[in-house]
Design a protein around this ligand. Sequence first.
Ligand code: IVH
Length: 674
Amino acid sequence: MDEVARLHYLQDELKRYNREYHELDAPTIPDAEYDALYRELVALETRHPDLVRADSPTRRVGSLDLRRNVRLVRHFEPMLSLNNGFDVRDLQEFDRRVRTGLGVDEVAYCCEPKFDGLAINLLYRGGDLVQGATRGDGEKGEEVTANLMTVKSIPRRMQGSGPWPAWLEVRGEVLMLKQDFEQLNRRQTGAGERTFVNPRNAAAGALRQLDPAETARRPLVFLAYGVGGGSPDFELPDHQDALLRWLGTLGFPVTEEIRVVQGESGLRMFFEDLGARRASLPYEVDGVVYKVNARKAQQKLGFITRAPRFALAHKFPAEEALSTVEAIEVQVGRTGTLTPVALLKPVFVGGVTVTRATLHNDEEIRRKDIRVGDQVWVRRAGDVIPEVVRVVRELRPAGTTAFEMPLTCPVCGSPARRLPEEVSWRCSGGLHCCPAQRKQALLHFAGRRAMNVDGLGEKLVDALVERAWVREPADLYRLTLEQWASLPRMARKSAENLVQSLERSKETTLARFLFALGIRQVGERTAHDLALHFVTLEAVMEADETHLQAVADIGPVVAQSLRDFFSAERNRQIIAHLRAQGVHWHENVQESQAVQVLAGLTFVLTGTLAHYSREEARNRIEQAGGKVVGSVTRSTHYLVVGRDPGSKVAQARKLDIPVLDEDQWDQLFKEIKA
Ligand code: IVH
């Protein structure tokens, strides 16, 4: 295709995607792909300005569905788009243009999350909500007042005692919280109705309901991010952050995740901070928005075509993308669980290339009807394992067949079994027969949170099991340096390090040891609770189910699993062999009890700590029995602040919750230990 043909092609395609997105609430390509095509079109149109049609997607904001019988209303001030940035270069370029435009060296920006919902314009007269509309084409939107009136977080009347502007357009985003979205989809599935791809489409669908009573049944929330037109005689706050705070005092929900920063480095820090916390936010964000904070400066910079010069949307890497299922493989886990995994055509999503996604179990595959050959939406949020969200049924090739779980273990050939109360199939071969289970069990045993043996990765474990050098964990301690050094790709120095690390691992704790055994249903937390309660391994091994259930959070299923494990002669031998190799721990009651003292306390962390990463800080608190949550509420006991804390500090002060710096936090541990 030559350039001109490509340009026309892109204009048409993007128009179609716009319609699917804005009118049908059913996009068929991921946002990131749309953005890439859009950028390509902009580049082509720059080279061929004569070919830019008035209705080109680059000249229009969103689109309008003229077939639907809805009333269109004109916004007082157009609802424009934001220019998008995707990398540091775009960000530097934006900051440079702003500085040049204003003739200054450094600019203060208000940074906000970019909510992934639906843009809404609310018109207030004398403090009363009189009209609500979607963005539409930016000039005119669909009037959805009755539907918006059912959204509880939209004030029907501005709060406070006024004076309020004679009229004002309040702008923001209507969205669905992640947890509400999941619940809605479960409800839809139960009722045999279609499920939604993501919270944004669910929110859009809810708002477009012709019957407001139907909208009211969908859990929508509103977050304000600015204003449109307003009566000229009313003076608005002169900075964006102050404007948002002012909107907050009028009763509009405003996010706490805003920050005023200086210059490009400040923008970058905000982007990274919010990006790291993206998965734990209660709503979806697809990037951050930077706005020049001083509104006078915003006016001075003005607009280009369809977007302001004073703002930039800096997008996060895509979290959802389209890929193809090339095969479905069945993996065997540590306890024999058979887990189907989709092998995918490599796809870049959420900042990494994804080639595999867990399908959980065959029930899940049946529910989503996933088949080899299908095009599927793949999702990766934060550090979470990628998953297949949905099949694009319209794109299913002919001749596909439904997936069947194998009747035997794909590794050792033993029959697969499923207990009546379980969703997963298991290999019945156990550790003795099934090398896959043995490998996984060894990897678990050596893991960082278990015996913490450095350098024992998957490849090495494969080699050990294949050579039958290691049949039980104690065998790891029996291997000689020569044997280690003779393994493929094993330098002598690495072998020495491994032997040393194994030697070090022999001194452990009872909790780690119990966890390392890989008993079904016994995670790190349960192992820890068991160690605390029973103090010695012998006591755990001899405890009957009643005694076991005396431990908090241990119920009949876990108790039964522990009994089964310790009553098996083979498992008793495995333990005896490990102790014979010198694995030991201190049965120190004092220490164990000290650990428990943070129990019942809830912490919130904010900002960067000097001596601990977020994860380390969280572990430290959790290991001491405390809990870490994401936001400050009345039930929070302490807020721990590091460098560059967020707005949580203000929230804690408001609720009278103690704010500790890192040293004070440290002190807390010492006081408790003493
Ligand atoms: S300000 C003139 N702030 O992003 C600029 N927009 O591409 C007005 N959005 O449809 C927009 N979060 O609905 C602004 N914190 C935020 C936002 C935000 C999400 C949406 C907005 C608009 C789109 C622009």
